[in-house]
Design a protein around this ligand. Structure first.
Ligand SMILES: Nc1ncnc2c1ncn2[C@@H]1O[C@H](COP(=O)(O)OP(=O)(O)OP(=O)(O)O)[C@@H](O)[C@H]1O
Ligand SMILES: [Mg+2]
Length: 379
């Protein structure tokens, strides 16, 4: 029997649970032409949500085309322009002949080189000379609008891991160019999403930056524990195994309802449970140890990169201290001065280890937190 839990791939079909309000909201926003910026820590479910919404919107609107760009794999602005042009062309035509015709027709000042991709029916590659890009950036960024108005269609451009673009050496120039061209486009809507809240907030919420008020910011929440519990129980039952409500709830709660970890932990519990049997306490413990162990190499690398004073600060957070700059806490955990605390906190947030989305500081990674506590004798 195949393990019903899934992680590492987008959650699709019956593996995509809950998020009804999120689906409705995101579809409404993008469907009405409002640029939307979606933010959440890593692996909570942004990409799965956007894919789901886009599939539904496309099924409901014959005149809508969607293109996906993953900024994670982009390392230079030249690559960005090439990928942008390629994905827009790919999304607005379906055969190799049309791709070639459209690339020549809509990018006539660039003369792109086009060649068959590894899967010729669904892919191709496109490249142009860098000097040509220099003079034609605007033309490329305006490509979706040009195609949309000529074909009388609407286009949604989704850019995943958008914050990665901020690392490009000439990002500032790209940023102002994107904003100035995109804001005039009537038939194109942008869905820009990514993790690293501080980066996304800096790009879209700072009044000195070009993307200020470019669209609606949405901060994704976690999936509720009750939804996870129903899902876990259902998956076990469907595959001939049994888990109690209480144990299903403990799986979700242990990893703080973090989408990826709930799936990983539940998958391990399922693996350790023999066919036709019921989950036991021992299985829950064994599976949790496995989840921690399998993630240890990443945790260790992260841990080794931290200075002693930042580890002390994490100890204070792990011990549920709320007033990190109070004289008592600073003394108890050897945190140095309050300026040190503020600086270290900022660095831990930038390193995506801590989050301050709620009223207090929290570890972003719930399994790192469990490992860290065990390592330091806190649990
Ligand atoms: N709606 C959902 N229902 C069930 N599981 C989900 C859902 N959304 C996400 N997951 C689980 O979480 C994992 C991560 O989801 P996804 O890749 O969509 O998140 P992400 O926020 O885009 O992550 P990253 O920051 O790594 O890009 C999925 O592989 C899946 O196991
Ligand atoms: Mg993603």
């Amino acid at each position: 029997m195949q393990n019903p839990f899934n992680y590492g791939k987008l959650a699709e079909n019956e593996n995509f649970i809950d998020r009804k309000d999120d689906v409705l909201l995101l579809k409404n926003m993008l469907g009405s032409g409002i640029n939307t910026i979606l933010v959440s820590p890593r692996r909570w479910g942004k990409s799965s949500l956007v894919k789901r919404c886009m599939n539904e919107l496309q099924a409901e609107n014959a005149d809508l085309r969607v293109c996906f760009i993953d900024a994670f794999t982009i390392h230079t602005s030249q690559e960005f322009y090439q990928t942008f042009a390629k994905e827009v062309i790919k999304a607005t035509a379906s055969t190799w002949d049309q791709w070639v015709i459209n690339a020549r027709k809509y990018l006539h000042s660039i003369v792109p080189k086009i060649s068959l991709g590894t899967a010729p029916d669904s892919d191709f590659s496109l490249s142009f000379n860098f000097n040509e890009i220099k003079d034609s950036k605007e033309e490329i960024l305006n490509l979706p609008q040009k195609i949309a108005s000529e074909k009388k269609i609407r286009i949604i451009v989704c850019i995943d891991e958008f914050q990665n673009l901020a690392d490009l050496s000439d990002y500032e120039q790209l940023e102002s160019m994107m904003r100035s061209v995109w804001q005039h486009q009537q038939s194109v809507t942008y869905c820009l999403y990514g993790s690293q809240r501080h980066m996304m907030t800096e790009i879209f919420n700072s009044s000195q930056k070009p993307f200020y008020r470019f669209g609606q910011m949405l901060y994704l929440k976690k999936i509720d524990e009750t939804e996870w519990v129903n899902y876990i129980i259902h998956c076990f039952k469907n595959t001939g195994k049994t888990i109690t409500d209480d144990m299903a709830a403990r799986i979700a709660a242990t990893v703080k309802n973090h989408s990826w970890y709930v799936q990983q932990y539940a998958a391990a519990v399922w693996n350790y449970t023999p066919e036709h049997e019921t989950v036991t306490e021992q299985i829950l413990d064994k599976a949790l140890n496995w989840v921690i162990e399998t993630n240890v190499p990443n945790f260790q690398t992260e841990y080794m990169s931290l200075s002693a004073s930042r580890i002390h600060l994490l100890l204070a957070v792990a011990s549920n201290e709320r007033q990190l700059t109070s004289a008592e806490t600073m003394k108890k955990y050897s945190l140095g001065t309050s300026a040190n605390v503020v600086k270290n906190k900022d660095i831990l947030i930038r390193k995506d280890i801590l989050d301050i989305s709620t009223d207090r500081h929290e570890f972003i990674d719930p399994v790192f937190e469990i490992w860290f506590k065990r390592l330091n004798g806190l649990s």
